[in-house]
Design a protein around this ligand. Structure first.
Ligand SMILES: Nc1ncnc2c1ncn2[C@@H]1O[C@H](COP(=O)(O)OP(=O)(O)OP(=O)(O)O)[C@@H](O)[C@H]1O
Length: 277
């Protein structure tokens, strides 16, 4: 479905060159939910923008179903962290959600159907006439998610979408993403700097090194598929995986792409079984 091959990105300015991504290769299968985690400034947003076709890589390529991504592909939707900036204050919830559908020219009835369904699944059916500034941060982020859902994407890219909401709202939104992923069968690439979130959400977590960035580890999250905030997070396996990702991130902070990635520490009893795909 989604292939990132030898992706490189160097920002070139008049006085400054920043090699953000050195060499990234990974594959996301259809219907997977994969998290990307790494130290602050390691290039997560840069990577996501390249995948979304919003930024041209310096080298390598992104393929969606075998076709190179050279601009925003029709089957992709992105949810950014700054929901406040992605919603238009002068449009009500319904119009904000409907906005990207306009260029699909689906006809009014179908558009209404998609918007109603999207608002229903994110739990905002009653708030469709409200304006963004009348909603809490968590509700505004739900509107941004509804907008992505209404678009019926094959691939949903999420860039630290819950970084700005409180812990309780974050937990609710995490469960919402898992539910949507299950119900819609959409492929999700989820960027986060939150280690718990990276373990809780998906079946795989890709751990990135510090910039210039390479893939440090592609870790299988072998938690049962039925997850909930209380039992999953208090399970022994969750704690083991969390500790492992934490240690890897600590290592990642000192590990730049110019070094050979050392193998994951498999010697300890509690170490998870990392896989590379
Ligand atoms: N437009 C730009 N011009 C020059 N350098 C940039 C630009 N955007 C990002 N960078 C640099 O590229 C590197 C990666 O930035 P990026 O925002 O992708 O990292 P990140 O992992 O998303 O950061 P954070 O965890 O803080 O959100 C940083 O060194 C940053 O300064």
């Amino acid at each position: 479905m989604l292939d990132v091959r030898n992706l490189q990105k160097t920002y070139t300015g008049r006085h400054r060159h920043v090699e953000a991504l050195r060499n990234l290769t990974f594959h996301v299968g259809a219907g997977e939910l994969v998290c990307l985690v790494g130290p602050s400034g390691c290039g997560k947003t840069t990577l996501l923008k390249c995948v979304a076709g919003l930024l041209s890589p310096t080298g390598g390529e992104v393929l969606l179903d075998g076709s190179p991504v050279t601009g925003p592909p029709p089957g992709m939707a992105v949810v950014f962290q700054e929901y406040g900036r992605s919603l238009f204050a002068w449009m009500n919830v319904r119009d904000n959600v409907a906005l990207p559908l306009r260029r699909k020219k689906l006809g009014r009835a179908r558009e209404r159907e998609l918007v109603d369904h999207a608002l229903e699944v994110v739990g905002l059916a009653d708030a469709h006439r409200a304006f963004p500034w009348q909603l809490s941060g968590g509700m505004q982020q739900r509107v941004a998610i509804a907008r992505a859902v209404a678009f019926e994407p094959k691939v949903l890219l999420m860039d630290e979408p819950f970084a700005a909401v409180d812990a309780q709202t974050r937990a609710e939104l995490e469960d919402l993403v898992r539910r949507l992923w299950h119900e819609l069968g959409v492929t999700v690439l989820f960027v986060t700097h939150d280690i718990d979130e990276a373990v809780y959400l998906g079946r795989r977590t890709i751990i990135l090194s510090a910039s210039p960035t390479v893939v440090l580890e592609d870790l299988t999250i072998d938690l049962p598929d039925e997850r909930d905030q209380v039992h999953t997070r208090s399970s022994t396996r969750f704690a083991e995986l969390r500790a492992h990702v934490y240690e890897q991130i600590q290592r990642a902070k000192h590990h730049h792409g110019d070094l050979q990635a050392p193998p994951a520490d498999l010697g300890k009893d509690r170490a998870p079984r990392p896989t590379t795909s």
